[in-house]
Design a protein around this ligand. Sequence first.
Ligand SMILES: C[S@@+](CC[C@H](N)C(=O)[O-])C[C@H]1O[C@@H](n2cnc3c(N)ncnc32)[C@H](O)[C@@H]1O
Length: 284
Amino acid sequence: MNYRHAFHAGNFADVLKHIVLARILIHLKAKEAPFRVIDTHAGTGLYNLEGDEAQRTGEWQEGVALVGRQPPPPQVGELIAPWLQLCGNLMAQKPPLYPGSPWISSDLTRAQDHLVFCEKHPEDAGRLRRNFERSKRVKVMEGDAWKLLPGLLPPPERRGLVLVDPPYEQDNEFKVIADALAGALKRWSTGIYAVWYPIKGMREVENFANRLAALPAGRTLRFEISRYKVQRVDRLNGCGMIILNPPWKLEDELRAIGDYLAPLFAKEGAGFLRLDWLKEEEKR
Ligand SMILES: C[S@@+](CC[C@H](N)C(=O)[O-])C[C@H]1O[C@@H](n2cnc3c(N)ncnc32)[C@H](O)[C@@H]1O
């Protein structure tokens, strides 16, 4: 396990993922009933943008720092406001901080909602635990998400989100995820599952999308932006999210958000790759 998210916190991929996460949480809050967020690959929760790791790559300068520099149209401004406000508050601190997915989930949920954060790296799991030690709504689990997840499903609330954000360090990671989701859906078919993935070459992405389209979920949405045109497969050309059982209004929201975000990050004529349904029909 070499991957450490501190090098990448706040980059364009985080921005896309975290805005989608925030929108899903906002939809879940439309009902009073409690829900649960299970973050399978949680990281540490909070990142120092002046820390060694962030300084070394400077990735956040081409990610979260660009958002807002080009003001969004009013509709998008409203949609991203809860996330952007949180970022603004934390980035105004000394040192400036960036909220990871656990921090966003914690900030945008209510007293009745519960959060489970899994993290395998012992050091990152320790930081995560310290970041949330005062919160009774949060349970931090140190270990392998793929072993922990079956035992967490279905959640007692029967409502909520599983965020899947692995480091994609291993060659077979796409298959491992598809298999884990197949098992998860058997235990909890109505949950929302949001999976982030990198786009290097398109072939592995298409294979992954086909695998997820074959899962017995209901509707499945696919959202991708590219930073570079996919001509070389040895770099992060773009990224995407596939969302199983997404909230109803998410498609329209992501179209407006993609139109704003993709040009902010695009180089060499890249941009908004796609937003479409991998699967539209309801599960029978
Ligand atoms: C992309 S980062 C997560 C970032 C986080 N979701 C966010 O948005 O702020 C992936 C994390 O997964 C952890 N990890 C790697 N393999 C894992 C596994 N099998 N189970 C749980 N966590 C794992 C890594 O240590 C790393 O912190």
